[in-house]
Design a protein around this ligand. Structure first.
Ligand SMILES: [Fe+2]
Ligand SMILES: [Fe+2]
Length: 213
């Protein structure tokens, strides 16, 4: 992703292009899909449904990550910070591609509400970005730490037989931890407790809904 807007029309086109690619195209990864260390056992129908639902939730998370980083990169006046958001967004693109590919393999579909999730996350990312760079980085830390814990929970819930999904989730979790650490090092401010609490509630609404829709 490259977001170096020169004028308002450029900004609009870049943001629209990025949104369309996140929502409609088949994403391609820059890194190979994480390989499972052992072969999948054949999933029974219930296991396949559960894996499909959990990977749909994770795919929605990656759609939101694209929106957040797109908005945060757009909002910052600092070129170095913009590069940091773009670097994270590049890794999130891999996550988007891996989860999208895995959904297809499991015969599951992405969330029908992805345009809604993207728009909401973009608005939140813009709000975070406009609150200043330290706050925007603080928002990045809190988001990534919450995602890390969420993925940990999925490693407990994913069927033991689904080694492929588990390998993808494990790599994503490592990457999200790296994004949080990089944001902390770049001078993130700690967000107030009510904001962190509101973020947890919003994430809970998203993950619960995306499990089914
Ligand atoms: Fe991610
Ligand atoms: Fe991340």
């Amino acid at each position: 992703m490259s977001l170096r807007p020169r004028d308002p029309l450029d900004r609009l086109l870049t943001v629209a292009d990025h949104a369309l690619r996140a929502l409609t195209s088949t994403p391609s990864a820059t890194r190979p899909t994480p390989a499972a260390t052992r072969a999948d056992r054949t999933l029974d129908p219930a296991e396949r449904r559960l894996s499909g639902a959990l990977m749909r939730v994770n795919h929605v998370g990656e759609v939101c990550a694209q929106a957040l980083y797109s908005a945060q990169a757009l909002a910052t006046p600092d070129p170095a910070l913009r590069r940091q958001f773009e670097h994270a967004a590049g890794e999130e693109s891999d996550h988007l591609a891996w989860t999208s590919e895995r959904l297809k393999q499991l015969g599951a579909r992405p969330s029908r509400l992805n345009p809604l999730w993207y728009s909401g996350a973009f608005a939140i990312g813009l709000l975070a970005g406009r609150s200043g760079d330290a706050t925007s980085l603080g928002f990045m830390v809190e988001t990534e730490r919450q995602v890390e814990r969420h993925l940990d929970g999925h490693l407990e819930r994913l069927p033991a037989a689904d080694a492929t999904s588990r390998a993808i989730v494990r790599q994503m979790k490592d990457d999200e931890a790296g994004h949080a650490t990089a944001a902390e090092r770049a001078g993130a401010a700690r967000l107030p407790l009510p904001v962190r609490w509101a973020m947890r509630v919003a994430a809970r609404v998203m993950t619960t809904t995306a499990h089914y829709v």
